[in-house]
Write a protein that binds this ligand. Structure first.
Ligand code: FMN
Length: 206
């Protein structure tokens, strides 16, 4: 179990409110410096087509941005390093600007069909894409016209799998269409049979 996550997040103010509401603060067992990602985390990350990236602004405001791409666009380079391509986008550069003053990031990854979520804490480093031509190619979306301006590397501190409670299962449109496709085909088959049966029995079909 990754213990560094709660060790990092259970600050004194958190422990104080735990004490206030529940009479005692949670006991966090000795945590390592960091928790490297294991196979389960790597597999989960490699099948995501989106995640949320939380950064902290220069004035202390939390900021969250949705990041999306083809499955596996957030890549696990090694058990403690993640990377993704940052495209020339809306030119606001909010996350990039935040990271220039505070490298702390919080990633939130969710798989709605299996109701699974993974939170990751880390330190991010932003580097120009030109300094990493091979990696830029490896991280780029095939056929994307927008230019990759930066690579964002995340040095993983720890991670936490959350419980499934309160997550409504949702499905990507491609999966729904695939499922609906076989149902539609079956309905068409049955309609043909029904029309033939009605024609044979002398009933007019409606
Ligand atoms: C042409 C174009 C392509 C983009 N492609 C992606 C993309 O593949 N994935 C993504 O998360 N955001 C994409 N974006 C959104 C931008 O990268 C967006 O500017 C960035 O997420 C903003 O980050 P910020 O809120 O940290 O400033 C794209 C934007 C444009 C204009």
């Amino acid at each position: 179990m990754a213990t560094k996550y709660l060790d990092t997040m259970m600050t004194n103010s958190v422990r104080r409110v735990q004490k206030h509401y529940y009479g005692r603060a949670a006991n966090i067992s000795e945590a390592p410096e960091r928790d490297p990602l294991d196979e389960a985390e790597a597999e989960f990350i490699s099948t995501r087509d989106s995640f949320y990236l939380g950064t902290v602004s220069e004035t202390g405001w939390p900021y969250i941005q949705h990041r999306g791409g083809p499955r596996g666009f957030l890549q696990v380079l090694n058990p403690t390093t993640l990377a993704f391509a940052d495209y020339q986008g809306n030119r606001q550069l909010l996350s990039t600007g935040n990271l220039a003053v505070n490298d702390r990031v919080s990633l939130f990854l969710i798989d709605y069909p299996t109701r699974t979520r993974l939170k990751i804490l880390g330190h991010a480093k932003v580097e120009d894409a030109e300094s990493h031509p091979d990696l830029t190619g490896q991280l780029s979306k095939p056929g994307e016209k927008a230019r990759v301006e930066r690579i964002i590397f995340i040095d993983v501190v720890s991670f936490d799998w959350n419980c499934q409670k309160h997550i409504t299962p949702r499905y990507p449109i491609e999966e729904v269409e695939e499922l609906a496709g076989s149902l539609k085909a079956r309905i068409a088959e049955l309609e043909t049979e029904l029309h033939a049966a009605r024609a044979g029995s002398g009933f007019a079909s409606t």
